[in-house]
Design a binder for this molecule. Sequence first.
Ligand code: SAM
Length: 248
Amino acid sequence: MKNNDITHFGYQSVPTREKNKRVTAIFDAIAPRYDLMNDVMTGGLHRLWKRYTIELSGIHQGQSVLDLAGGTGDLTLRFSKLAGKNGRVILADINQCMLRVSQDRIAKSQDQNINIIQANAEHLPFADNTFDCISVAFGLRNITNKQLALDSINRTLKPGGRLLILEFSKPKGAILSRLCGNYSFKLLPTIGQLITGHRAPYRYLAESIHMHPDQNTLKSMLQKAGFKRVDHHNLSGGIVAVHRGFKA
Ligand SMILES: C[S@@+](CC[C@H](N)C(=O)[O-])C[C@H]1O[C@@H](n2cnc3c(N)ncnc32)[C@H](O)[C@@H]1O
């Protein structure tokens, strides 16, 4: 990728080298109230979507997991219990403010098998064939070069290891699609303003959901990165989907 390449940031076209900075500014602004806002804007549904993702992971005692773009640590904390004291869970995220929130939560949980690191998903600082499972929950949408990130994930998974991507997707049917569009463009920025004091991040959220690849496009991207047996599971009528793929 050249420095003068253009990518999208919501509906805006921005130089590729700019996108990370803009995404960082968004999460710097909302980190302190991120968890509360998640509960309010999804009516608590994000907890069920995450639980489903964890169930699909099949993680058991002694395994190693990377919760990539792990943010404030929701999935990390759940994986930690399943991996147990002989397992290891790494939470990696590019944003220091989000990591600070996760550090506080993880310290309170007293789980001993978690490490937190700052890393860019496009260039993971881990050896080849390290993890049994890598999860990316609501993170892929924000990554500048998604294909590069998928390649990097594939490289660091063990053979037979699985990737789980939980992300907003394309709702099934015109009515649900229109309802979601109205909710995310008309209501969400106002709720965001009231709870976090910031409107723009939630306008970006609505736009980035709309720009994100649909279920089949994302499936092809996983296959292009070398994943096998790729499937997806629509949740809440396709408002979100979990994609799963295995390293050959
Ligand atoms: C919407 S939050 C999701 C957090 C958490 N996974 C969850 O489900 O609640 C998206 C996260 O992706 C992170 N992120 C964005 N770009 C990234 C990148 N290139 N590499 C790693 N993390 C990134 C952001 O810093 C943010 O914490």
